[in-house]
Design a binder for this molecule. Structure first.
Ligand SMILES: [Zn+2]
Length: 432
């Protein structure tokens, strides 16, 4: 079996600990010395079977050039079926990469990545909705290139960073209507109704949901049967680690409804990644039982091949259990305000943007008009500059005037307007 086959096999069917360690060593050994070593592990327990994950440690910016290797780790927590989660797992990475100009340097590539992630998420959402299937999915999509980590997310599958100083920070935002006031205001302003489920003569139960559709999330990929104001536009955060390294824990809400970010990080410190992932899942189950799909990826970004044992010892399991009973589900989420990364000194914040307005996310570049053909900023389809159909609506502003936004094709323009509540919605507008 070749090295490449070993890696591919691993992504779908993770083997036990020793192989993961070996692969990590082999892979990183081929890369320049100033790159970190990655070690990773995964653990999951299914209740509904709607969690999917992606481990791709062997991507290359320039195919065939190992010095351009980057890695992708992602979790997709599906709801109302699995097809959106599967479709996103299979198509999102290619859609993101298609939005990055070819032949750029590593720095240019990293700078282009936040915008490409937005385009890739929206493109994937449009493509899935065109399939005419139901279901939706959260996405937490992590790209690691050297010491730079870029995280794009919709929904409530968190990614946390545990640095060597013992500071735990959140790299994602929870897009839950219950906990995110800004998102409630956006959804309401775009025409959605936010409220709880009514049962038994008007008694309200459960978390805040958005109507029509009744989804608890304010952002997702898929969900053709809810309002377009449930958008696929991700929160994106990009940070650069110091060469002291750090650990990422990426997990679905089955973990975060049971453990706070701090509890998850502390419970597995000092353990190798594969074992750490298993322990986090076990801890979540111990405090809450198997109430939901529970998936956890742990990625260690180390300066050398030797595992680092962070200084604080793991707390006693009994204490974790007690905390989870004392503070319960709600406080777990609400007490998890992101720590100030910059205060640590170990992490440099490069980029953070979470706006749901596409025009604020895709930049305002003036396209090269010499060729007579320009690309849609979302789906990358070539469009003739002078549309023979005479449809000036494909531009945010007419091209003859001052340029005020990215170029979008007719399909993506419709999507943009629908997400902002400016038009009824998708093809099945009557049900929205
Ligand atoms: Zn387009």
């Amino acid at each position: 079996m070749s090295r490449a086959e070993l890696v591919v096999g691993r992504a779908d069917n993770p083997p036990l600990l020793p192989l993961g360690t070996l692969i990590g060593r082999e892979l990183r050994g081929r890369i320049k010395d100033d790159n970190p070593f990655l070690k990773y592990g995964q653990a999951a327990l299914a209740k509904k079977g709607e969690d999917y994950f992606l481990i791709k440690p062997d991507c290359q910016r320039i195919p065939g050039d190992p010095s351009t290797t980057f890695s992708v780790f992602a979790i997709f927590d599906g709801h109302n079926g699995v097809s959106a989660a599967i479709f996103t797992k299979e198509n999102l990475l290619a859609n993101v990469l298609s939005a990055i100009p070819p032949g750029v340097s590593r720095d240019e590539w990293l700078a282009a990545l936040p915008r490409a992630l937005v385009a890739g998420f929206v493109k994937t959402d449009i493509e899935f909705q065109q399939k005419g299937e139901t279901s939706g999915t959260t996405v937490t999509f992590v790209v690691i290139d050297g010491w730079t980590i870029t995280v794009a997310s919709v929904g409530d599958s968190r990614c946390i960073l545990d640095t060597q100083g013992g500071v735990v920070s959140l790299l994602t935002v929870d897009h839950r209507l219950e906990e995110n006031e800004e998102e409630r205001e956006r959804v309401t302003a775009s025409g959605g109704e936010v409220g709880r489920l009514n049962v038994f003569g008007g008694n309200e139960v459960g978390p805040l949901r958005c109507w029509p559709g009744g989804l608890c999330l304010s952002r997702s990929i898929g969900d053709p049967d809810v309002g377009e104001f449930i958008v696929p536009i991700p929160h994106v955060k990009q940070v650069k680690l110091s060469n002291a390294g750090g650990r990422l824990i990426i997990a679905s809400d089955g973990i975060w409804d049971a453990l706070s970010s701090d509890m998850a990080a502390k419970s597995c410190r000092g353990l190798p990644a594969e074992l750490a992932a298993k322990l986090v899942v076990k801890d979540a189950l111990r405090s809450r039982g198997l109430k939901d799909d529970t998936t956890c990826l742990v990625v260690d970004i180390n300066p050398s091949d030797i595992p680092i044992i962070p200084s604080p010892p793991p707390p006693k399991k009994k204490q974790n259990f007690l905390n989870s009973i004392l503070f319960g589900k709600k406080s777990l989420r609400s007490t998890n305000k992101a720590s100030k990364l910059s205060a640590v000194g170990a992490v440099e914040e490069l980029f953070e943007e979470g706006s749901a307005i596409l025009a604020e996310r895709l930049g305002k570049d003036i396209p090269d008009q010499k060729s007579g053909v320009i690309k849609c900023a979302v789906c990358q389809a070539d469009q003739p500059l002078d549309d023979p159909s005479g449809n000036p609506g494909t531009f945010f502003s007419p091209p003859s005037k001052h340029w005020e936004g990215p170029f979008l094709c007719t399909t993506c323009r419709k999507k943009k307007d629908a997400m902002e509540g400016k038009r009824p919605s998708k093809s099945t507008a009557g049900t929205k």
